[in-house]
Design a binder for this molecule. Structure first.
Ligand SMILES: Cc1ncc(COP(=O)(O)O)c(C=O)c1O
Length: 366
């Protein structure tokens, strides 16, 4: 390699080393060690096709993918023999899959989502050419159920496809699924589909006591969870799970691959399942419980410290998203904060120690 190119790579490496310490606004766990897996980077692995069926190739990690899905099935209370899923490129693909499945089941369905839903939903709705209705959000970030009820009443004849937030991007808010079900019942809506966008909180709620309704037991019909957020991974990945009878209705066999064409993309990253499998096996349920407890404790500490300097900080009960008054653009850039309107947030991830919060708050105080 030319000297210049080698220097560029070194510079990039050092940039990442120093900037990871100031990544406060985005929910990426950075405390991982996947070095025992580095040897697998020597192979052209590809998880093309449906993970639940064997295909024509051996250079894949489908067996590990199935084990990852089984573990997520337990975390999400999926019906044991009647759910299906795959490891995605991230939460957005899982949301696209859930919406696609719902649209195939209900071609005349209407997607309902709140103002606080992740920005990718607009693109998904546009790409799938499905009608949508925007529901107001309450100041705490949850869907305004009075507005939801009023809009359901207006479109009672078309099946609602509800895009429920299980932890909104900016405020970590969880939509009230019991309330949503009650409204559907009250308006005698029998055909509907609920997709749960649990990008971050899907790896928090299984490990806390008294979690609100959020999973297949709620019930919902599909769930998308990111892998690189609370679990942590050097590249984006995620998991989508759905009820199998719904998936069976839209499945087709492909002779060229020897598999079923059930996934959004054709070729799929085989390292995602490998890395997720490794993380889930080595950290385990007890490890995630203690990780989440730690993140929520630091979130409380961040609220206290930010409030001590008058920044109006708060968080939802099971959320590590600490919302506070938007600081200067310089602070936003320096600490890689996420901002919307007049608020910002800090995510207390496993690497976000009290010391790091102290440094940030001292800098904010000026
Ligand atoms: C609520 C929510 N949904 C979906 C996504 C998209 O997830 P991903 O970045 O894994 O595609 C995010 C990302 O921050 C999110 O916060």
């Amino acid at each position: 390699m030319a000297d210049d190119d080698a220097r560029r790579l070194d510079d990039l490496f050092h940039l990442y080393q120093s900037e990871t310490d100031r990544l406060l606004g985005y929910p990426c766990t950075a405390t991982f060690d996947y070095s025992p897996l580095y040897r697998f980077l020597a192979f052209p692995l590809n998880n093309l096709g449906d993970p639940s069926k064997s295909n024509n190739t051996r250079l894949q990690t489908h067996e590990l993918e199935r084990e990852v899905l089984a573990m997520f099935g337990e975390f999400t209370h999926a019906p044991p023999d009647s759910f299906w899923g795959y490891v995605t490129s991230g939460g957005s693909e899982g949301n696209q899959y859930g919406t696609f499945l719902a649209r195939e089941l209900y071609p005349d369905g209407i997607v309902y989502h709140s103002e606080d839903t992740h920005y990718s939903v607009k693109k998904i709705i546009h790409a799938l050419r499905v009608r949508s209705v925007l529901i107001r959000s309450l100041p705490n970030g949850t869907m305004d159920l009075a507005d939801f009820a009023a809009k359901i009443k207006l479109h009672r004849d078309q099946p609602p496809i509800i895009f429920a937030n299980i932890g909104t991007t900016m405020k970590g808010a969880i939509d009230d699924l019991a309330g949503i079900h009650a409204i559907l019942k009250q308006h005698e809506v029998s055909k509907f589909y609920i997709h749960a966008d649990a990008a971050l909180s899907g790896m928090i709620l299984p490990f806390v006591d008294d979690a609100p309704a959020w999973n297949f037991a709620a019930p919902v019909d599909s769930i998308s969870i990111s892998g690189h957020k609370m679990i942590g991974c050097p590249f984006p990945c995620g998991v989508v799970l759905a009820r199998k009878p719904n998936v069976d209705r839209i499945t087709s066999q492909v002779e060229y691959t020897g598999s079923l064409d059930t996934t959004i993309t054709g070729s799929r990253n085989a390292l995602g399942p490998l890395f997720l499998w490794y993380a889930l096996r080595t950290i385990g349920v007890a490890g995630f419980r203690s990780r989440i407890r730690g993140c929520l404790e630091v979130a409380d500490y961040a609220c206290e410290q930010l409030n001590a300097i008058g920044r109006n900080a708060w968080r939802h009960r099971h959320s590590n998203t600490v919302v506070f008054d938007r600081p200067s653009n310089e602070m936003v850039r320096k600490w890689q904060l996420a901002v919307t309107g007049n608020i910002a947030h800090v995510m207390t991830m496993p690497q976000t120690t009290r010391e790091r919060i102290d440094l940030f708050v001292a800098d904010l105080k000026g």
